[in-house]
Design a protein around this ligand. Sequence first.
Ligand SMILES: [Mg+2]
Ligand SMILES: [Zn+2]
Length: 176
Amino acid sequence: MKRALFLDRDGTVIEDRGYMHDPALVQLLPGAADVLREVSANGWALVIVSNQSGVGRGLITPAEMDAVQARFLETLRGTGVEITASYFCVHRPDENCHCRKPSVFHLERAAREFGIDLRSSWMIGDRRSDILCGKNAGCRTIWLSNPLFPVVEGLADFVAQDWPQARRILAEHAGL
Ligand SMILES: [Mg+2]
Ligand SMILES: [Zn+2]
């Protein structure tokens, strides 16, 4: 069974510029690509799980979302990082869909599709819903600290201020 690093996208791998409607907004966060390259070189899957409710709210079109994602993948590829798979929830919170984080739907789907062992996998995100999602799926969690979205102390297994710190946590606790 494979291990995965589950990743929120906006605010975690790239800067969060609100509802991401324009590929020009795609900007990698410092250190993210280096860590992802190393994790991938160790045989882990890299799986993006992203809530894009801007689509359901009518604030961004599906084509805009696709263009942003294409730029995101292309930017990472330029640094030598291949994302294994990306999953999106495009619904509004009030639609009560089955796939919006903190739902584990996409993590369990990825586990089936790629033979991933959730219990030895990790989730990194900048919001409470990312941490809850990872915990609910049985993964260990790192909160990439974001003062705009405080997470109750103790909810995440680990807190990192930035990617280099996340890298140290993975080295120490995931044997990376
Ligand atoms: Mg985020
Ligand atoms: Zn959904």
